[in-house]
Design a protein around this ligand. Structure first.
Ligand code: UD1
Ligand code: UDP
Length: 359
């Protein structure tokens, strides 16, 4: 095979879907490898079906485990398949353990590493994702940075300029390819009995927020208070990681916070498009809010997507009621006419063009 695309989690499936489509369109000889980091239907198969992606050629089925075990099993499984498939280039996207595993396995063999969404930095090494980003970029041969700012991070770390390509973020491609479909096909608001503009949307799954019971409780009560202030209810499609904490610790949900299952992409795009305000600790959701023109409060101390803050679409908040309500007040009602910093929806074309020209 010429190219092997490695993915493992919800955001990688979504953000690589335009890249996979571009490979199909150009008839590129590619192989799809799923690490199995995500395996629940609602984080995995639902996206393959809805986005009409091919069933992966391989699924390593590594499942959940400690950082080292999960990453180690993926490295060894990916290496095995690389030895069989002998690809010229391995493509990974983002900052998960699946990304790091792919990058390490390929960099020790005769396979070049292409990193989609390169150069993002939160400068917070407490996050496993920051380690994954830095290490992957430093073994990368094609570094597809979404913005000039992310490219600058790479150059300032001594990475040679000829490896760095500023192409935009494939999340714009994904939003553009699916927004109309969402408008036509999604009936999620009816299903959950909500009206446009009459709810706030929350997602929280980051280990640093949801693994710690008291921090997670403060996050929920802060968002609840902010919603109360604006007489809104909160809808929270809950990631299994967060649901685990909620159930194990017996955290009581505030009355105006409703949890629902993780949503498919068209329904989630609709929930984002029709809300007044988004609270999140997700990377992809910060970007999509910014692209869709919906104000966002990011429940974190740092962000590797500072462009969203600089254009005026996003603000960081500490995890306590005072800060969350203050930031919600700052963002509520803001007209979403800021600039989209993540490109024009042609990132996946540029990525495949650049890789193909060297094959
Ligand atoms: C991972 C990524 C994170 C990304 C997120 C996207 C790392 C270090 N973290 O976090 O960067 O933002 O994916 O959603 O790579 N679980 C299920 N079903 C699944 C997968 C997980 O129930 O299909 C539960 C398990 O209890 C598991 C927990 O979620 O222990 C955490 O899963 P894991 O893959 O380790 O990390 P995420 O929190 O999903
Ligand atoms: N998403 C989704 N359904 C949901 C929540 C999120 O389809 O219920 C999508 C969202 O639109 C975005 C991506 O999942 O494209 C973000 O993934 P996640 O928050 O899990 O990971 P992160 O981006 O933080 O790594």
């Amino acid at each position: 095979t010429d190219i092997i695309i490695v993915l493992g989690t919800r955001p990688e499936i979504i953000k690589l879907s335009p890249v996979i489509r571009e490979c199909e369109r150009r008839d590129v000889d590619y192989t799809l490898l799923h690490t199995g980091q995500h395996y629940s239907d609602s984080l995995d198969t639902v996206f393959f079906e809805q986005l009409e992606l091919p069933v992966p050629d391989y699924n390593l089925e590594v499942g959940s485990n400690s950082q080292g075990k999960q990453t180690g099993e993926m490295i060894s499984g990916i290496e095995e398949k690389l030895l069989v498939e002998k690809p010229n280039v391995l493509v990974v996207q983002g900052d998960t353990n699946s990304v790091l595993a792919g990058a390490i396995a390929a960099s020790k063999l005769d396979t070049e590493v292409a990193h989609v969404e390169a150069g993002l930095r939160s400068f917070d090494r407490e996050m496993p994702e920051e380690t994954n980003r830095v290490l992957t970029d430093h073994v990368g041969d094609y570094l597809f940075a979404p913005t000039e700012q992310s490219a600058d991070h790479l150059l300032s770390e001594g990475i040679p300029e000829d490896r760095v390509y500023v192409v935009g973020n494939t999340v714009v491609d994904a939003v553009q390819q699916n927004s109309n479909l969402a408008r036509q096909k999604s009936d999620i608001l009816d299903k959950v009995d909500l009206k446009p503009g009459e709810y706030f949307l929350l997602t929280a799954h980051r280990a640093s927020n949801v693994d710690n019971t008291s921090r997670f409780s403060s996050l929920l009560s802060g968002v609840s208070e902010a919603a109360e202030l604006f007489e809104q209810q909160v809808i929270y499609p809950i990631h299994p990681r967060a649901r685990n904490t909620l159930e194990e610790a017996g955290i009581e949900l505030p009355e105006n916070v409703r949890i629902i299952e993780p949503q498919d992409y068209l329904d989630f795009l609709t929930l984002q498009s029709e809300t007044e305000l988004i609270f999140t600790d997700s990377g992809g959701v910060q970007e999509e809010a910014c692209i869709l023109g919906i104000p966002c409060v990011t429940l974190r101390d740092s962000t590797e997507r500072p462009e969203t803050v600089e254009v005026g679409g996003n603000v960081l908040s500490d995890i306590n009621s005072e800060s969350i309500t203050e930031k919600a007040d700052k963002m509520y009602g803001k007209k979403g006419d800021w600039e989209n910093p993540f490109g024009n929806g042609k990132a996946s074309i540029k990525i495949i063009e650049n890789i193909s020209s060297e094959l």
